[in-house]
Design a protein around this ligand. Sequence first.
Ligand code: NAG
Ligand code: NAG
Ligand code: NAG
Ligand code: NAG
Length: 296
Amino acid sequence: MGSPWQRLCTLGTVLLCIVRGDVLPEGINRRPIIGILAQTSHMKDLGKYYIAASYVKYLESAGARVVPIRILLPGGGVDLQTSKYSHVARLFYDKAKQAFKREDYFAIWGTCLGFEELTVLTSGKLLLTQTNTSGIALPLNFTKAINESRMFQNFPKDLLEALATEPITSNFHTWSLSLKTFMENKELSEFYKVLSTNTYKGIEFVSTMEAKDYPIYGVQWHPEKNAFEWKNLKGLVHLPVGIKMSFYLADFFVNEARKSHHRFASKEEEEKALIYNYNPVFTGNFSSFQQCYFFD
Ligand SMILES: *[C@@H]1O[C@H](CO)[C@@H](O)[C@H](O)[C@H]1NC(C)=O
Ligand SMILES: *[C@@H]1O[C@H](CO)[C@@H](O)[C@H](O)[C@H]1NC(C)=O
Ligand SMILES: *[C@@H]1O[C@H](CO)[C@@H](O)[C@H](O)[C@H]1NC(C)=O
Ligand SMILES: *[C@@H]1O[C@H](CO)[C@@H](O)[C@H](O)[C@H]1NC(C)=O
């Protein structure tokens, strides 16, 4: 069964961004650090919270370092609107928006559960529809907005074509945001541009979106899995073109992080926070993740 979180998105998390200096003259941060929000662990004897190592490797592959963001209070009955996870996510979401208004770039990315959390943060409501889209690889149905999107602006043409025609995006979610709900909700449709949808069992749902006026991004699918998750699961694809797609998306977000000039107060504080203080554990023999980091 698991918590409501796990039911909403079987294999997801939200990525958030806090970054430290060494800024180049053109304003590019050469030493980006990205925070990943930990989730309450169902592998309890290994730690109270976990982060799947695939998210860490994904960001590291494109030149970022990672800091785990632990939720300091115990989980319990987690919920998209009232859990500690959602409180921490709201904190970063609000800060990112306020920062951007001050021309202070602070990007946020939501993958799967993180995508679902973004829809709650923006609309103030839980608006998801059950689609049972778990363990399915799909191509993306791009909307017209793709051509002026930030997320795909530097994608090679052949990769975009592959994304549109080959089933290389991994879906592991039971619930989705239907396009109809999106269009009917003013908060969502004014805030985000839908970049792709998918149709499953007659329900068209939003699979990729980016905020119109903020560096906030959401994918209902999992770009990090292609290269880093190896469980023999339906819906996981390791085609070379899928790995390349994964890298280009990681590269996009790390470049967003390079625009941020947030920094830790000291080198010591930074070193203490980095994920290098933790060792990933092999979990591939009992969970769907190959490796996870655990925290108390
Ligand atoms: C999803 O699965 C649930 C439980 O098995 C079922 O009641 C529901 O009709 C399914 N929905 C879709 C869209 O397949
Ligand atoms: C985006 O632009 C390209 C080239 O101009 C065009 O071929 C393609 O159909 C456009 N895509 C969408 C989804 O409108
Ligand atoms: C793309 O959209 C078409 C038309 O709505 C639909 O029939 C098809 O199933 C969609 N493809 C995917 C992969 O979602
Ligand atoms: C999984 O593998 C680890 C390390 O090899 C081992 O310690 C653990 O007992 C195994 N767990 C299960 C459930 O088989």
